[in-house]
Design a protein around this ligand. Structure first.
Ligand SMILES: C[S@@+](CC[C@H](N)C(=O)[O-])C[C@H]1O[C@@H](n2cnc3c(N)ncnc32)[C@H](O)[C@@H]1O
Length: 260
């Protein structure tokens, strides 16, 4: 083979072909990457949540129990025993059983792949649906100011892009005296192995793969902006799921109720 042919062949094998492949892969990820990731996350969580929520059911019942005694700020609804609930990041609908039977539920969820999974569960519950809004909790334009009696978030503030902005939005849509029920995994205290590992994984693969941050101090963030909530009742606890590494990584949780 002539020297020029060898040079051209090498350029093709080691230069043009890999560059072309990387370019095609990049284009594919640009076009389908985020929807592929969303599809995988919804399928993964729909399965994982069964084990998680079965283990959490009794503790969640205690957490949400006080919602049964909360009265709507709207006189008409209060007289009819109705409660307006907004659930942010509802996923495939893990919380119906904890809501008072007369609730009118609005959902804000950015991942469209969750919608059919959510409606499948909702059809088996007594909860009345108001709206399913496909958007981020950081920007809930379609939800009016002071229009909700309760906002619920379970395992969502780890995933939102901006926790402070989300909390501002939660505060905006809550009616005066309205309650924010949250249930989230949090960063373990500094100096522990878990604290270190949660940082290491979040900054490398975790956010990329699951769109989730293991190292957020959600309890501190809720309490930080003193203009938001007049009263906060929250506590950290260890979840009763310890066998696999994934559950160990999210062992420390916070549950809380913040009042506007
Ligand atoms: C781990 S799942 C939890 C789902 C459900 N709340 C539960 O407890 O099973 C996280 C959820 O947060 C949603 N999410 C992610 N980013 C969000 C955002 N910016 N605003 C609202 N929801 C978001 C995801 O689409 C997903 O439904």
């Amino acid at each position: 083979m002539a020297t020029t042919d060898v040079v051209v062949q090498k350029a093709l094998y080691f230069g043009i072909v890999p560059i072309l492949l990387i370019f095609l892969m990049f284009m594919f990820i640009q076009k389908f990457g985020s929807s592929l990731k969303e599809r995988l996350i919804s399928a993964f969580w729909n399965r994982a949540m069964v084990k998680y929520h079965t283990a959490m059911r009794d503790i969640k019942k205690i957490h949400f129990h006080s919602m049964n005694y909360h009265k709507s700020a709207d006189l008409y609804l209060r007289n009819r025993g109705l409660l307006r609930i907004l659930e942010i990041g509802a996923g495939s609908g893990a919380n119906f059983e904890f809501f008072p039977p007369n609730s009118k539920l609005t959902v804000v969820e950015p991942n469209a792949f969750f919608e059919p999974l959510f409606y499948k569960r909702q059809s088996k519950s007594d909860i009345k649906m108001e709206k399913f809004i496909l958007t981020n909790a950081e920007d809930m334009k379609e939800v009016e100011d002071n229009s909700m009696d309760v906002v619920v978030s379970t395992l969502v503030l780890c995933s939102v892009r901006n926790v402070k902005q989300t909390l501002k939005e939660v505060h905006r849509v809550l009616a005066p005296g309205g309650k924010f029920y949250y249930w989230e995994h949090v960063h373990d205290v500094p100096g522990t192995w878990l604290h270190f590992l949660q940082n290491l994984l979040t900054y490398t693969i975790w956010d990329l793969c699951f769109g989730c941050h293991l190292n957020r101090n959600i309890d501190h963030l809720v309490a930080e902006d003193k203009t938001l909530f007049s009263h906060i009742d929250q506590k950290r606890f260890d979840i009763p799921l310890k066998k696999s590494l994934v559950w160990k990584l999210v062992r420390v949780h916070v549950m809380g109720v913040a009042t506007k």
